[in-house]
Design a protein. Structure first.
Lengths: 242, 242
C-alpha cells in the first residue's frame, strides 16, 4: 500500500499533520507494507528565492490579520504542535520560498533519505531560530545531516533545473486530485484525507484503504503467457525440437 | 501511475518481457508520470547459494526435456531476445540461486539505481559467459558498475539478513496477487499482465490503467480540515484572538 503526502515545509499544519499521521501509521498492523512518499506543494511559489519575511509580518500583510490575531494563531499552532510532542517557535520564525527544499526532497527520495530530510527540514523551520530560507548553506547542512552527498547537494542547489520538473509534476497532480491545500494524504490513489486530522481519522483511512485492496483485472490470460514458473519456462510446443 | 514488475534474473522471459515493456513505456505519452518498481520472485529458491549448474543440464534434469528439446528451447529464446535487440547466449550459461541479486536490487532501489542494476544483471546472466552465480566478486563488480557503494554492497552480501524480509514480502505479495510465474506486471495495483507479451499488450495496459485513474474517495470533508492553502492556514475562528 502506498500513501502519498502533499505538503510544504512552510506549512504548520503539515508539520502537525505528519506527526498525527505517523502516530496512526506506527500503530497500523500492516505498517511494514505501507510506503510513504512526500509530494511537493508550494504555498508561496511566487516569492523569490532569498526573499524572506517574518512570519508574523507575513500573516498581517498577506492575510490581513491584526498582529494580535497573527500572534494568537501562532500560539494555537504551537499548542497543537506541543500536543504531538513537537517543538514550535511561536515567535521569531521567518517565511520564504521552498522550491529548493522540494527539489532536495526529490533527490533524497532517490537516495532513500526522504523521510530523514523532511523531518530535519520541518524541525529546522518550525523549532530552530536559524533561517532555512536565507541562504543555501543551511540547506546543505541539513541535507548532509539527512545522509545526502554534499557535492551532489551543492550541484543541485546551483542548478535550478534539477528536479524542477518533478516538483511541478507533483503540483500538477495535486491539482488534478482536487487538493486546494495541504497536508493532503492520498492512499493507493483511491482515498483522500485533507488536513491535519486526528490520528483516528488516519487509522480509519489506513484500514479502509487496506481492506479495499482488490483483485487485479487481467489484461491478458495467463494461459497464453510466455513466462517462467516453478515448473519451468513455458516455450510454445511447436518450437520444441523444431 | 506505478508499474510493479515481478521477475527473476534467471528467467529468460523476464529479460525479453522487460525489453518489450520498455518499448511500450518509451512510446507512452505519460511516460514521465510512470514509476517502475522491480519486485522479487525467485524461480529456484531451494537451490543453495553457490550451487551452480549448466542451463542445458538443468533443463534436462529438472524439467525432463531431452537435450535436443532443451537446445531448441534455448535457440527459440535466443531468437526472441534477438528480436528485441538483446544479446543471448544459447549455450554456456549457468543457473543458480538469485536471492542475493534480489537483495541487492532492493538496496539499489533505495539508492535510485534499481533500473541500472537490473539491466546489468540481466545482461551479465544472459549475454556474458562469466557466471553471476559462482561467487560474490562478480556481483560486487556489477553493483558498483550500477552506481552502488562497494563497502555497502560487500556488507549486504556478507549479511544474509539484509533486505531478506523485503525479498520475502515481495514473494508473498506475488502469491496474494495471483502470480504463478514471471514476468508479472501490475499497474496501479489494479491491472495485471502475465508474461512476456508483445509491446502492444503493454501499451494497451498502460492506456487502460491511465484512463482508469479515478477521483479520490474523501475520508474527510475538506471543510473541516486544519490545512494551509493559497489563502493562508485555516485556524479555527474560535481560537483567533482568544
Amino acid at each position: 500500500m502506498r500513501v502519498e503526502i502533499w505538503s510544504d515545509i512552510a506549512c504548520p499544519w503539515c508539520y502537525v499533520g505528519k506527526a498525527r499521521f505517523d502516530k496512526a501509521l506506527d500503530a497500523f498492523p500492516h505498517r511494514d507494507e505501507v510506503e510513504v512518499v512526500h509530494r511537493s506543494f508550494e504555498l508561496d511559489p511566487g516569492r523569490a528565492k532569498g526573499d524572506t519575511v517574518a512570519v508574523l509580518t507575513m500573516l498581517t500583510r498577506k492575510y490581513g490579520m491584526t498582529e494580535e490575531q497573527a500572534r494568537a494563531g501562532e500560539r494555537d499552532l504551537g499548542a497543537q504542535a506541543a500536543g504531538e510532542g513537537l517543538d514550535y517557535l511561536t515567535e521569531g520564525r521567518d517565511h520564504g520560498n521552498t522550491f529548493d527544499m522540494h527539489r532536495l526532497l526529490h533527490l533524497a527520495r532517490e537516495r532513500g533519505k526522504q523521510e530523514e530530510l523532511l523531518a530535519l527540514l520541518y524541525r529546522a523551520n518550525f523549532a530552530d531560530p536559524r533561517s532555512v530560507f536565507a541562504d543555501d548553506e543551511r540547506l546543505v547542512e541539513l541535507a548532509v545531516a539527512a545522509g545526502l552527498d554534499e557535492t551532489e547537494v551543492r550541484e543541485l542547489l546551483a542548478d535550478q533545473a534539477r528536479y524542477a520538473e518533478q516538483v511541478r509534476a507533483d503540483e500538477r497532480e495535486a491539482a488534478e486530485l482536487g487538493a486546494n491545500g495541504v497536508p493532503f494524504f492520498v492512499l493507493d490513489r483511491t482515498y483522500g484525507v485533507s488536513g491535519a486530522q486526528p490520528p483516528e481519522v488516519f487509522t480509519q483511512a489506513l484500514e479502509q484503504a487496506w481492506s479495499a485492496r482488490t483483485p487485479l483485472t487481467p489484461i491478458t490470460t495467463p494461459a497464453t503467457a510466455e513466462a517462467c514458473g516453478p515448473e519451468g519456462c513455458a516455450v510454445p510446443e511447436r518450437e520444441i525440437g523444431a
